[in-house]
Design a binder for this molecule. Structure first.
Ligand code: GRF
Length: 194
């Protein structure tokens, strides 16, 4: 890609992964620009981070649904991302399932980070699932998004041990350290393929 690639980031929470992407860009290790951050949660900290960087931060209207991502909302997000001329969509702690109306507008251009070694422990609270299952190893996965729940083709993974005294929180913290390195690196990998 000859121009600087344009990233659109979707998140629902604190946005520490979004921060790691921003930091990698600032450090010059990731050649890209975050052009918009979108969240379904109006007071999510990820939006505050974006504003503090001078990046447009917008709320996704999900029509009052708590977990559903209505087709109309997905179409509206796709249209907004197109307006921002986004090359790659990065889900970073985005808690709604993306389906056809958005996927079809960005084929092979939506990626996600998940806090487990997929295909193990898809879905919510993957770190807690790993602790409860007595796993001795976990980690994180960056993958392309398809219509399933954390099922798309895997781009890369990082591993961490699960220690005997781990709680869900302590394991998640260890996984997040790796997420913050893996996600910017995998974005670079995808961008090189475009
Ligand atoms: C991360 O653990 C990510 O893997 C999962 O949700 C969490 C988001 O954390 N999908 P943050 O908002 O990036 O801090």
């Amino acid at each position: 890609m000859s121009k600087v690639p344009r990233l659109g980031i979707l998140g629902s929470g604190s946005g520490s992964n979004c921060q790691s992407i921003y930091d990698a860009i600032q450090a010059g290790t990731l050649n890209a620009e975050i052009v918009v951050v979108l969240s379904d949660i109006p007071d999510a900290f990820i939006l505050e981070r974006a504003r503090s960087w001078g990046v447009p931060a917008e709320v996704i209207d999900c029509g009052g649904f708590k977990t559903k991502f209505p087709d109309e909302s997905q179409a509206a997000v796709a249209a907004r991302l197109k307006e921002y001329d986004v090359d790659l969509v990065c889900l970073a702690g985005f808690m709604r399932l993306v389906k056809a109306p958005l996927l079809n507008e960005f084929p092979n251009r939506i990626i996600n980070i998940h806090p487990s070694l997929l295909p193990n422990f898809p879905g919510l609270h993957a770190w807690e699932q790993a602790v409860n299952a007595g796993a001795t190893e976990s980690g994180c996965t960056v993958h392309y998004v398809d219509a399933g729940m954390d099922t798309g083709p895997i781009l890369g993974q990082a591993r961490v041990p699960v220690l005997p005294n781990d709680t869900a929180a302590s394991l998640h913290a260890r996984i997040q350290v790796e997420e913050h390195k893996l996600y910017p690196a995998m974005i670079t990998k995808v961008l090189e393929s475009l």
